[in-house]
Structure formats: structure tokens, C-alpha cells
Write a protein that binds this ligand. Sequence first.
Ligand SMILES: *[C@@H]1O[C@H](CO)[C@@H](O)[C@H](O)[C@H]1NC(C)=O
Ligand SMILES: *[C@@H]1O[C@H](CO)[C@@H](O)[C@H](O)[C@H]1NC(C)=O
Ligand SMILES: *[C@@H]1O[C@H](CO)[C@@H](O)[C@H](O)[C@H]1NC(C)=O
Ligand SMILES: *[C@@H]1O[C@H](CO)[C@@H](O)[C@H](O)[C@H]1NC(C)=O
Ligand SMILES: *[C@@H]1O[C@H](CO)[C@@H](O)[C@H](O)[C@H]1NC(C)=O
Ligand SMILES: *[C@@H]1O[C@H](CO)[C@@H](O)[C@H](O)[C@H]1NC(C)=O
Ligand SMILES: *[C@@H]1O[C@H](CO)[C@@H](O)[C@H](O)[C@H]1NC(C)=O
Ligand SMILES: *[C@@H]1O[C@H](CO)[C@@H](O)[C@H](O)[C@H]1NC(C)=O
Ligand SMILES: *[C@@H]1O[C@H](CO)[C@@H](O)[C@H](O)[C@H]1NC(C)=O
Ligand SMILES: *[C@@H]1O[C@H](CO)[C@@H](O)[C@H](O)[C@H]1NC(C)=O
Ligand SMILES: *[C@@H]1O[C@H](CO)[C@@H](O)[C@H](O)[C@H]1NC(C)=O
Length: 570
Amino acid sequence: MNFLPWVSLFISILWASAVAAIPSPTTDKRASSPFVSTSGPGFVVNGSSLKYIGTNAYWLPTLNTNEDIWNTLSNISAIGIKVVRLWAFNDVSTVPVNGTWFQLIQNGTLSVNNGPNGLQKLDTVIQMAEQHGLYVILSLTNNWYPLPLLNSTVPPINSTAFDVTPGTNNTLPRNYLSNNYGGMDLYVRQFGLQTHDQFYTDPSILTAFMNYTTQVVSRYVNSPSVFSYELANDPRCNSTLPASATCTTETITTWHATIASHIRSIDPNHLISSGVGGYLCTDCPKLYPLTPAPAPPATSPAPGNKKRSQAKPVTKEQILRERSERRRRNREAAKRAGTLVEDGVRVRGRWVSTGTKRQSTPTVGSVYDGSYGVDSQDISNIPDIGFSSFQLFPDQQSYGPVDPNVAPWQSIEQNGAQWITTQAQSASAVGKPSILTGFGLVTQSNAPSFVPFNSTVAPFAAENPSASTTYGVTSQQQADTYTSWLNTGIAAGLNGIIQYQWGQSNLTAEPGTTVSPSTTTGESPTPSSPGQAPTPQQTTGQSPNDGYSTTGSTTVQQILGGAAQSIAAN
Ligand SMILES: *[C@@H]1O[C@H](CO)[C@@H](O)[C@H](O)[C@H]1NC(C)=O
Ligand SMILES: *[C@@H]1O[C@H](CO)[C@@H](O)[C@H](O)[C@H]1NC(C)=O
Ligand SMILES: *[C@@H]1O[C@H](CO)[C@@H](O)[C@H](O)[C@H]1NC(C)=O
Ligand SMILES: *[C@@H]1O[C@H](CO)[C@@H](O)[C@H](O)[C@H]1NC(C)=O
Ligand SMILES: *[C@@H]1O[C@H](CO)[C@@H](O)[C@H](O)[C@H]1NC(C)=O
Ligand SMILES: *[C@@H]1O[C@H](CO)[C@@H](O)[C@H](O)[C@H]1NC(C)=O
Ligand SMILES: *[C@@H]1O[C@H](CO)[C@@H](O)[C@H](O)[C@H]1NC(C)=O
Ligand SMILES: *[C@@H]1O[C@H](CO)[C@@H](O)[C@H](O)[C@H]1NC(C)=O
Ligand SMILES: *[C@@H]1O[C@H](CO)[C@@H](O)[C@H](O)[C@H]1NC(C)=O
Ligand SMILES: *[C@@H]1O[C@H](CO)[C@@H](O)[C@H](O)[C@H]1NC(C)=O
Ligand SMILES: *[C@@H]1O[C@H](CO)[C@@H](O)[C@H](O)[C@H]1NC(C)=O
């Protein structure tokens, strides 16, 4: 048996190189810290690099028992997922009868709920995440809080009633939808103000929000399982409340810098991130201009070396050039297959825009041109912002034009892949890691549960007039698209990719909570109408689903599990 010495020699070489790779604590104190920190374009924990697949479970603190939280985190970690993104806010304007709430915002006065149905629920989630070796991204507020579409002829069921889909009495419990946890518009309304962007600028609201962040952040200063504090989900100028005429990308960037600096003053240990959709404004003036790239290295990196070097900032010309090259490749493939379609001739269902006339001057589209009042490159470059982040939700906005020479879902897949590589480049230009904090595609089976983020209505629910329209991709198309995006993201050097959203069954149901008793198995809860005789209720239920849940799809879980292995090895 003479291989043993070789093995031990090999191990000692590995050990020596590993030791050599760890910077000494005096040169970089944070590198050997149990808190996640960054080193250039990567994350570091205890001196090791970290890349991960994650999932979203905004509803975790609303579950009714600790066993439910524990089982959910067990199921998540069992497939190799490392990070769970969730809502660390739950604002109400009247105290609900049942269920979790974190902060009462009433007529300009705030109070935080530190009780067992308040922030203690968040404490439990974070403790249990730590016991599972999971990290959490804690989002601190939401851009979206649409008011319920109340039908005045149907009495609302107190604060548990949220939605009345037109023509029906379909009510969803409070906190069932991700956009029903309070947030910016609740502050604005309860402070007697009018425009959404007053959340970012009004001094009283700024003070109030900083007060809330103080109370959350100071609870977890020493918890290594917090991956980052995310300032807001999807912040932008507009919401259900309109934007004022003065809201610009600088408004949103300045707010990020202010809140990030406030959090940094309380918590020196954790990363701070944005939660923005990733909208770019390539031509906007910058509050945080890029520093010029250092002189190129004398020797170019060896072929196949995936290490990212500082990239050039994204330009409009580049976006358009990449698109036209892709279009040409798709045309050539279609020509070979004998399926060539001239632009705009063949109408392919809902995905084809009605205005099919050729554009003489192509535009990059709203996600790249500053239309949303967001310049995510400028936000990523704020010193207190630890990494660049973006989202990918093609059911909610367009990431590029439809190409008639591929199937509609393939246009979505290809535009999404370009969005991912562009975001990796944008992060590289600022020299920080890049995380896709949420991505999802609505399938035909999930379509009845789909509620857009600025809505309280499920347009394709069975009770609704438009339910007859087939909406969404097939499960196979979803699987193919997810696989493509995950592979694209891993190859482009993304440091984390977080699917939206986890689905969990066998949860304890209680009236007036996100997991309410229902009379049917495997469907959204449909509480009985007031005045009706109580129907037999079952005591278990499923986690909320606003159109993207994995409940019932082991395929998506398998794809995520495979990607988790692949990204860790990358
Ligand atoms: C980092 O090191 C600390 C102290 O040894 C340990 O408790 C912790 O589990 C480590 N964290 C990771 C992610 O390895
Ligand atoms: C997943 O959760 C269920 C409860 O919903 C639990 O019975 C099961 O043991 C969990 N699986 C794992 C792998 O933790
Ligand atoms: C709201 O606050 C204002 C100013 O503090 C007060 O005048 C008003 O009465 C309050 N309204 C309600 C409904 O409490
Ligand atoms: C800050 O929060 C505390 C606890 O909820 C509350 O008592 C206090 O009034 C708040 N301060 C401001 C300025 O909102
Ligand atoms: C509405 O709230 C009141 C007081 O909180 C309660 O007594 C009543 O039962 C609630 N109604 C319904 C339909 O839940
Ligand atoms: C309100 O509900 C009533 C009774 O279900 C229904 O007839 C009416 O069409 C609804 N109105 C709207 C605007 O949905
Ligand atoms: C809605 O509720 C009202 C009052 O409970 C009832 O009369 C009506 O039939 C319900 N409509 C539907 C469509 O279920
Ligand atoms: C959100 O919905 C409201 C109400 O339908 C609408 O007035 C508003 O313009 C929408 N905002 C955005 C950003 O789509
Ligand atoms: C707000 O939304 C409206 C309608 O979608 C749009 O026209 C406007 O440009 C948006 N404003 C900002 C500042 O984002
Ligand atoms: C459902 O959850 C309960 C309580 O956590 C657990 O005892 C039971 O084993 C679970 N059943 C399944 C099928 O996962
Ligand atoms: C609150 O919970 C209790 C006990 O489960 C239940 O009887 C009651 O109907 C619930 N109230 C609401 C408004 O959901």
C-alpha cells in the first residue's frame, strides 16, 4: 500500500496552499470573520468563499407553529439551499385579531410589537435558520402595498379580509400576498401625505423608518446567520400611490445612502443591500461615479480562467448589439429548420406585441433606460452597499422584444439570460458581488394564483372573467427556462441566485392567518363568507402562493438542488 504517502503529501500541499490563501487577520480582519463579508467580487466567511442558491419565503414569520418554521427550513436546507430571503417587516394600521404583525403605523404614530406574535417570530426564524446552517436576507420594507379592491356590497371581514376579486367574494387572508405586509405606501398614507416618493424624502417618515430599522437591526448585530439587511423590496419612484414630478434616480439613490449609513452606524458586522429590481439608467448622471479601471495587467488571464476582472459599464449600444446578434442567430437557425418568419408576420398568442411594425430606431426598453426612476449601478456603488442585486420577473415587465423566430417562452428565456449577463457586468464594473434576489415564471398550473405585485386581484383565478384565457408557460418550459437562467448566472459569475418562491405543505392552519383552514386540499384558502354556516375545516394548509410557489413541483426543487452543487463547485 504505497499510495498513502502520496495522499498525505497531496493533502499537505492543499493545506499549505489553503493556509497561504487566507489573508492574515492583520491585513484583513473581516476575511476570517464568521460574518459574511466581501472581498472584491466575492463573498467570504471564515476565510472561505461563498456562492449559493437561495429561495424566497416572505411568509416564514407568519407561520403558526415553531414546528412549521423548523420543518420548512429543514426542507429548504435538505436540497442544498443556503440562503432564504424574507420580509422583516409587517406593518399594520389597526392591530389584527389574529396573526403576526411587527409595527403599528397609525396617524403618524408608530409602535413596534416585541411580543410573541411580533418580532419574536422573526427571532425564532433567525435562530432556527442558524441551527440549519442557513443565511437569511432580511428585507426591511416593500415598495408595494396596493389597497384591497373592496366591493362595497360585500362587507370586509375586518383586517383579515384583503381581496375581493370583482364579481366574487374571494377573500385572501392578510399577509397571504407578498404585497400585503404594509410598507412604503402605508407610511405615506398614515402620515397624511400623498405621493409614493415622500417615503424617501419626508423627514418624519425618514425618522420613523430609521427607528424601525434600529429596532430590527439591533436585535441581530451578533447573529452570523444574517446574510444582509435589504433596505427594501423593489424600491422605485412609483407604487400604487403615484410619484411626484420631482422623483428621479437621485432621489432613490440618496435614500439608499442615507438608510445604509444609518444601519452601518448600528451594526458594523453585516452586509447591507438594496433589493432593487436592477433597472439601469446607462445615461443618468451618477452620484457615485465609477472610479477609472486600474491599468490592465501585463499578461492577460489564461483561457478558461473564470475570474472576473473589472468590466466596462453597460451601454445602450452594447444591449442593442447583443440583441441584434441574437436575432440574427435565431433567424439562421430558423432558416436551417425551414421555419423562418419575417418580422411580425406570424402572430404567436399573447406574447406578440400588437404593434408589429418595424422600428427604425430600436430602443433598449424601460428596464434599461431609467423609466423606473432607478439607477441600480449608482446604488450598487454606494460605499455602504455591499453587493449589487437585481430581480427577474418576465410576467410583470418586459426585458426585451419578442423574436418571432423562436417560441414565445424562448424569447423570454433569452431576454432573461441577457438581463443576467448584463447585471453581472454592471456589478463587475463597480467591483462588487452580484445576487439575483428573485426570479420566477408563472406556469399554467400556478396561473390561477398569480397576483401581480401592484394588484390584489388574481386575474386568472377561476372566478374571474379572464380565467378562460390560458396564461403561463408549461411546467417543462419553466424547467427549461430556470435551468438556462441558473446556468447562465453561474457561468456569468453571479455569487447567488435566489428563486421565487418556496412552497411548503402540511402547515398548521388557524383562522385569520396566512395559513387559514380551508375546505379543499391543495388550493388557496377560501374562507367562508360572513353569515354563512361554517363549513368543515381542515387543520393543515399550504404556504401562500402569489403565482410562483414550488408546491407540488419537485422538478423545480431538483433543478435548484443541482444548481446548488454546481455553483458551490464553480
Ligand atoms: C465560522 O467559524 C465559527 C467559529 O469557528 C463557527 O462557529 C462557524 O460555524 C463558522 N461558520 C461557517 C459558515 O463555517
Ligand atoms: C419536510 O417537512 C415535513 C413537514 O412538512 C417534514 O415531515 C419532513 O420531515 C421534512 N423533510 C425534511 C427533509 O426535513
Ligand atoms: C391624527 O393626528 C393629528 C395630529 O396629531 C390629530 O390632530 C388628529 O386628531 C389625529 N386623528 C386621529 C383620527 O386620531
Ligand atoms: C421609535 O420606536 C419606539 C418603540 O416603538 C417608539 O416608542 C418611539 O415613539 C418611536 N420614535 C419615533 C420618533 O417614531
Ligand atoms: C370583527 O372584529 C370585531 C372586533 O375586533 C369582532 O368582534 C368580530 O367578530 C370581527 N368580525 C369578523 C367577521 O371576524
Ligand atoms: C360586488 O358584489 C356583488 C355581489 O356579489 C356583485 O353583484 C357586484 O358585481 C360586485 N361588484 C364589483 C364591482 O365587483
Ligand atoms: C357574495 O356574498 C354575498 C353576501 O354574503 C352573497 O349574497 C353572494 O351570493 C356572494 N356572491 C358570490 C359570487 O359568491
Ligand atoms: C398601481 O396600481 C394603481 C391602481 O390600479 C395605479 O393607479 C398605479 O398607476 C399603478 N402603479 C404602477 C407603478 O404600475
Ligand atoms: C410613474 O409611472 C407612470 C405610469 O406608469 C410613468 O409614466 C412615470 O414615468 C413613472 N414615473 C417615475 C418617476 O417613475
Ligand atoms: C406534518 O407535520 C406534523 C407537525 O409538524 C408532523 O408531525 C408530521 O410528521 C408531518 N407529516 C408529513 C406527512 O410530513
Ligand atoms: C382568531 O382565532 C380564533 C381562534 O382560532 C378564531 O376563533 C377566530 O375566528 C379568529 N378570528 C379571526 C378574525 O380570524
